[in-house]
Design a binder for this molecule. Sequence first.
Ligand code: ADP
Ligand code: MG
Length: 243
Amino acid sequence: MTTLPTPAGDASRTAALEPAGPLLVADGLRLAFGPTIALADASLAVHPGEVLALMGPSGSGKSTLLHCLAGILRPGSGTVTFDGRDVTAMSDAGRSALRRSEFGFVFQFGQLVPELTCAENVALPLRLSGVSRRDAHRTAREWLARLEVPDVADKRPGQVSGGQGQRVAVARALVTRPRVLFADEPTGALDSLNGERVMQLLVAAARDTGAAVVLVTHDSRVAAYSDREAVVRDGRVREQVRA
Ligand SMILES: Nc1ncnc2c1ncn2[C@@H]1O[C@H](COP(=O)(O)OP(=O)(O)O)[C@@H](O)[C@H]1O
Ligand SMILES: [Mg+2]
């Protein structure tokens, strides 16, 4: 394949010109919780830098699929491959190292450490990866500014609004520049105006860093921020072409 010249350091441009293979692949996942079949032969591919929405009714297996893709849950059968590595074959320690270095997470709420300030929450993943306190805090404040909440830096999560807290959570998830951001109903607890803005900021920041986004939502207005939608139903994934 001919490689077109691209400006140095412009990763997004390279990605746009050269169709890349999938970064994260789920193949034939099955998982049961006792008698409940959460995943029944679920397969899905996530490409580098894309924003993929996982839609589907409550209880259809969206969160379970996200947890398997992220190496939080191990499926009963089937494989998850990240960047050519078999995640399902990794040890618990291997999967948690992978999560720390390559993945970021945003959930509906309750993910910030209540005893730490918002800036300390955002700095935490950097501190855990060995960045100095001073650099981690400077970067954390830059990220809070980017998410339009510079003024919450010294407040604790209990002292900020739901929308502000989710912006802090997005900052914390992306501060280590992960290759995949997993977001499970990230705006599910917000009013629609706040939810819209958080989605705009989340997607813009993810695109800036080049992170792929796996976005679980049952809200089609939230899914509208994605490049591609897939529908989960009865533990299976159906790719969907947007009308
Ligand atoms: N830890 C668990 N223990 C028992 N059942 C579970 C557990 N997690 C999920 N389930 C069940 O698996 C199915 C899929 O759940 P989930 O993946 O959370 O769906 P969704 O995110 O689409 O709402 C549901 O029937 C749910 O009740
Ligand atoms: Mg769910």
